[in-house]
Design a protein around this ligand. Structure first.
Ligand SMILES: Cc1ncc(COP(=O)(O)O)c(C=O)c1O
Length: 445
């Protein structure tokens, strides 16, 4: 090796794609498609189009009921009610559980905003709890601290595919005498012991958004329950408050409600995907495990932890660099995340931020408090784990769901290992280019 080449190797960052080196993940690397649409899925959709039964209220329509039956079987619940979206599933499940004006529902501060919207759409108020630092799911102690005389339900989220601590939350709900509605929008197939999510509370709510582990074409949602009365309420609530027709539809509204029916095309597509659901989960597991095993060996990088007795459906992979372990102060958490973001994306590793601000700080939910907007300092004090996770972590989404993504994920691991060989430069970037924190993001957004 000549002196110029040796000098280049001594230059901080030499070889990084950010500085002109080759990418760890070639642009044409195969794999990473999700959802995968097969000829069977196309046939399922065509079947509906050719049947002429294009809407769930059409006489003789069976696609929706067949999906409901299949998902109840898959989750080990007595009933499943298909609806128009995951948000509609949450909204209807809360209304079905009697949530209305004056009620408070405890929601984690780290989740997709739909979780809190559903509470407000039902007429209630979302009251927030922090999440646990190692699972990112609702912290039962924080939920207990947030509970009060108006608490009418708990709404834990099985975030990213990991079941929340349902034994602790169930115990709290039992003490408060309120139901637990599971937001399982991201956790199809995940288990606690031998029970699948959706069967762990009074009702379980799933999203069939095309990027979810069980996708549909367009939008869709599923509600699971063992409660016969709740099922009947849900069937009314998705269809203008009308009772389930036995024969001719009555058009008599018994409750105020919207149209939240699932389209038969969406039901047929989702059921076709469901036929491959377990196999896809089995096939993607080794590639994801290999990736996480390699990342776990990088100093100062925390990979998702799966507590004993739970399984993870790996909807999103959240990775948490620890500034202190990497020789930086906690004030550089956002800077470190932003530096890694730049370096890794240049390598072709599509890391992203999932949730950019704690939910209680979003203007829609800050205004919801009875005594006016909560100061942002108070949000930071009350939800320190959510704040650290939002500011400091990076996520991999969607591409790893391709059951054939193993080789692509090996390239991702190469990208991370390459970045870790240049930690000196990354530390310098983190310190010299402070990233906007969640408060700045909020003020811009
Ligand atoms: C945790 C969570 N809850 C609820 C929803 C809402 O589902 P949908 O988009 O199907 O309405 C989502 C969707 O991304 C979600 O991730």
């Amino acid at each position: 090796m000549g002196e110029p080449a040796r000098a280049a190797l001594r230059t901080p960052g030499a070889g990084l794609a950010l500085l002109g080196g080759p990418r760890a993940v070639p642009r044409d690397a195969p794999g990473g498609r999700w959802p995968i649409v097969t000829p069977e899925d196309e046939q399922a959709v065509l079947r509906v189009l050719r049947s002429g039964r294009l809407n769930a209220a059409t006489a003789g329509e069976t696609e929706v009921a067949e999906l409901e039956e299949a998902w109840a079987l898959a989750t080990g619940t007595r009933h499943c009610v298909a609806v128009a979206s995951g948000t509609a599933a949450l909204h209807l499940a809360l209304r079905g559980c009697g949530i209305g004006p004056g009620d408070e529902v405890i929601v984690p501060a780290l989740t997709m905003n739909a979780t809190a919207h559903a509470v407000h759409a039902a007429g209630g108020t979302a009251v927030f709890a922090d999440v646990e630092p190692d699972t990112y799911t609702m912290d039962a102690l924080s939920a207990a601290a947030a509970a009060g005389s108006r608490t009418a339900a708990l709404l834990p989220v099985h975030l990213h595919g990991l079941p929340a601590d349902m034994p602790a939350l169930g115990e709290l709900a039992g003490r408060l005498g309120v139901p637990v509605v599971e937001d399982a929008a991201q956790a199809h197939g995940a288990r606690l012991g031998c029970r699948r999510v959706g069967g762990l509370g009074t009702a379980g709510c799933f999203s069939l958004h095309p990027h979810k582990n069980l996708p549909t074409c367009g939008e869709g949602g599923l509600i699971t329950t063992d409660d016969d009365d709740l099922r009947e309420q849900l069937v009314r609530l998705r269809n203008f408050g009308e009772p389930e027709p036995s024969g001719t539809r009555s058009y008599i509204a018994h409750r105020t409600a919207f149209n939240a029916r699932m389209a038969p095309v969406a039901a047929a597509f989702a059921r076709s995907q469901l036929a491959r659901f377990d196999e896809n989960a089995r096939l993607r597991e080794p590639g994801i495990r290999d990736l996480l095993d390699r990342l776990a060996r990088l100093p100062g990088l925390r990979v998702p932890r799966v507590p004993a007795g739970r399984t993870h459906s790996w909807h999103i992979l959240r990775l948490m660099p620890e500034p202190e372990e990497l020789g930086l102060g906690p004030e550089h958490r956002a800077g470190l995340r932003a530096a890694l973001h730049r370096v890794l994306r240049a390598e072709g590793v599509p890391v992203s931020q999932y949730q950019v601000a704690p939910l209680p700080a979003h203007p829609a939910f800050r205004r919801a408090g009875p005594s006016g907007p909560v100061p942002l300092e108070e949000v930071a004090e009350r939800f320190p784990v959510t704040v650290a996770v939002v500011e400091g972590s990076l996520c991999l989404q969607r591409r790893h769901l391709d059951p054939a993504a193993g080789p692509l994920l090996r390239r991702y691991a190469d990208g991370f290992e390459k970045a870790w060989r240049h930690l000196d430069l990354i530390r310098r970037m983190a310190v010299s280019r402070p990233a906007p924190g969640w408060r700045e993001t909020l003020s811009r957004g």
